[in-house]
Design a protein around this ligand. Structure first.
Ligand SMILES: *Cc1c(COP(=O)(O)O)cnc(C)c1O
Length: 219
């Protein structure tokens, strides 16, 4: 599918679910894609991208940003504390704040550097042991802790279990965000972004539907 087809599907989903037109940000997930494909999507005018790994983003985005200074890149994959400084340099938003230690590191960096990317708290809505994220029942407290550290928490993010109906997870994330007064919801991928929009997604993360299948999967 092309970028413009995805964009019209997003607009249609916004219309169908009485969402404001243009209220959903499309994050084009460019992880693992060849630079030529990313370049094409930039040349089509798209400016918001998502990457899974700090290292991979460091290898391409400084170069792309020279050519397209208004491009922004969001980190949607796990962040190790020892890469946080580099992440502050590279990313305009981080969707994967998922533990107190990382929150403390971000707070320290924010103070030292005088800036901080927008932060989303990742919630493990499916309570999967192998998956990162704050448990749903611990989310309110973690939001409070992060706010107390003066971190710019703008929203919540989730990756529903692959074998479950995502609607329940989208509904839960939306409820948690509302209850905590957070405006942004990062949820929905290639297979379910329209459903996510119906539950209030403000940021959908779409990779393969824009770029085609990835040559290999990150684990
Ligand atoms: C890869 C990835 C996506 C995009 O997945 P697609 O199914 O290719 O759209 C979205 N979110 C996260 C966290 C990812 O790692």
């Amino acid at each position: 599918m092309s970028l413009s087809e995805i964009q019209s599907q997003i607009t249609k989903a916004e219309q169908d679910h009485t969402r404001a037109i243009g209220s959903t940000h499309l994050i084009a997930v460019s992880k693992v894609q060849p630079n030529e494909r990313v370049q094409e999507v930039l040349e089509q005018g798209h400016r918001l991208f998502g990457e899974n790994r700090v290292q991979e983003a460091a290898g391409k985005w400084p170069m792309f940003k020279e050519q397209f200074p208004d491009a922004s890149v969001h980190l949607i994959g796990p962040l190790q504390t020892n890469k946080a400084r580099q992440a502050f340099d590279l990313f305009d938003a981080i969707h994967t704040l998922d533990r107190p230690k990382l929150a403390q590191t971000c707070a320290r960096l924010a103070q030292e550097l005088g800036k901080c990317p927008d932060l989303f708290i990742q919630v493990n809505t499916g309570k999967e042991p192998q998956k990162a994220g704050i448990l749903p029942e611990e989310t309110d407290e973690f939001v409070q802790q992060a706010m107390a550290l003066d971190l710019p928490i703008t929203g919540l993010m989730c990756i529903p279990p692959v074998d479950e109906e995502p609607a329940l997870h989208f509904a839960l994330l939306s409820k948690l965000a509302k209850r905590n007064g957070l405006k942004d919801l990062s949820m929905g991928m290639s297979g379910d972004f329209e459903k996510a929009i119906s539950f209030g997604a403000t940021h959908v993360r779409v990779g393969s539907a824009i770029f085609g299948a990835r040559a290999y999967e990150l684990t």
